[in-house]
Design a protein around this ligand. Structure first.
Ligand code: PAF
Length: 283
């Protein structure tokens, strides 16, 4: 596996693979890779002949009081994980390489409605930052397909919308969340948790799962379910940001007869913000 740092090298390596008739997959990440990321690369290698992963901690998607400076940067370990998972090329650019004209003058991609509410409400500008960097990576690599984790459910919806609206000929694939044995969704931010917080953290998924189970058993009083879920999350020591039952495609509040439902949550454990979700499809 080669690691390149410039757009020129990236384009040259992708062009070579393309000229050999290879089908190209892209797995964008911010690094500090765990087995959830590895699963995305493994899936990419099953679906394509040439897998490009990217590691870029994108300043444009962090708010001023967020963890941009402390976000874990673990390039050597990440290279090993990517190699073991079947990646062919790693693009790990600097901020200057990605934003050579500065971030203030950077053209932005913004996806209305889907970017508002949920994580968008407490992280203003976040999804514009994501949509912009992902669009740039799509244009640099021009992959046949790109793979993202379903843990970032709203992000995946935003990316599907931008590809549709900007007519990008890229297949977007969402991969199921990888969880620890106790249910906690794997996330690079889990490493911020103290031992005690880590023990309490699976309560977020437990609350979502109980709501999912109740809905599957025919419960339609969503507000009652959400109140009980909030109480459960708070009792575990979380400060909830949101807990919502939404239409899985539009992300608008779900109605009792919605067939495609997502239960989405974000909550702070100490200063660490964790997100999780479950996607329910009714028969
Ligand atoms: O999910 C992430 O790690 C990031 O938001 C992404 C998609 C790599 C864009 O920076």
């Amino acid at each position: 596996m080669n690691t390149v740092k410039t757009v020129r090298e990236l384009r040259a390596a992708v062009a070579r693979a393309r000229s050999e008739g290879k089908r190209i997959a892209l797995v964008p990440t911010m690094g500090n890779l765990h087995s959830g990321h590895a699963a995305l690369v493994v899936k990419a290698a099953q679906r394509a002949d040439f897998v490009v992963a990217t590691i870029f901690v994108n300043p444009l998607q962090f708010g001023p009081s967020e963890d941009l400076a402390t976000y874990p940067r673990t390039l050597a370990a990440d290279q090993e994980t990517l190699l073991q998972s079947g990646c062919h090329l790693l693009f790990a650019p600097t901020v200057d390489e990605m934003y050579p004209h500065g971030m203030d003058d950077q053209t932005r991609v913004s996806v209305p409605h889907l970017s508002e509410g949920l994580c968008g409400a407490s992280r203003p500008g976040h999804f514009e930052g994501v949509a912009t960097v992902v669009s740039k990576l799509f244009n640099m690599v021009q992959p046949d397909l790109a793979i993202f984790g379903q843990k970032d459910f709203q992000q995946l919806a935003v990316i599907r919308a931008l590809v549709r609206d900007l007519n990008m000929p890229i297949q977007i694939i969402g991969e199921p969340t990888v969880r620890a044995a106790d249910g906690l969704a794997l996330s690079s931010r889990n490493m911020y948790l103290s031992e005690e917080q880590r023990t309490a953290a699976p309560a977020l998924y437990a609350a979502i799962s109980q709501i999912a189970e109740a809905i599957q058993n025919g419960e339609r009083d969503f507000s009652r379910l959400l109140t009980a879920g909030m109480d459960q999350i708070k009792a575990a020591g979380f400060r909830p940001d949101y807990l919502e039952i939404r239409d899985a495609t539009t992300l608008r509040p779900a109605t009792p007869d919605d067939l495609d439902i997502a239960i989405l949550a974000a909550a702070f454990m100490g200063t660490t913000r964790l997100i999780d979700n479950l996607h329910l499809t009714k028969e």
